[in-house]
Design a protein. Structure first.
Length: 139
């Protein structure tokens, strides 16, 4: 397996609307996608396009959202994860497990509509890492 393209940086936020205003008004973002709920992941997400990647804004959705713990430690929000693309999600999962890395759960559909999984930060230099199958439309 080879390291694929950086697809996005996940940023947890207590308010997607406030974060949209920051990226639009302070950072000058011109392409901000419409926020949408991702109930299977317990989050609301919004993608901000950059010239070479995306920022994924992540807000808790419901009381059982996994983002609550992160925001309890970081009330203003912050970088949550990095996401890299791979051509074959199952091959990548087997590769990480073969290296002894802790894969968090089975592959599941992520915000881009493709299969994803996460690798525990303790096995990734302290960074929660999302691995996603390259979207067929290139986004």
């Amino acid at each position: 397996m080879k390291l694929g393209r950086l697809n996005h940086v996940g940023v947890a936020t207590p308010s997607i609307e406030a974060s949209i205003a920051l990226y639009r008004d302070v950072m000058g973002a011109e392409m901000i996608r419409e926020p949408f709920d991702l109930p299977a992941q317990g989050v609301k997400v919004c993608f901000v396009d950059t010239p070479n990647s995306q920022i994924e804004l992540i807000e808790p959705l419901g009381d059982n959202s996994p983002i609550h713990g992160f925001l309890a430690k970081n009330p203003a929000g912050g970088q949550h994860h990095l996401c890299y693309e791979v051509p074959d999600i199952h091959e990548a999962k087997a590769w990480f497990e073969g290296k002894g890395a802790k894969v968090l759960g089975e592959p599941r559909i992520g915000a881009h509509g493709t299969l994803i999984f996460f690798v525990h930060p303790k096995d990734m230099g302290g960074v929660l890492t999302e691995i996603m199958e390259t979207p067929k439309d290139g986004h």
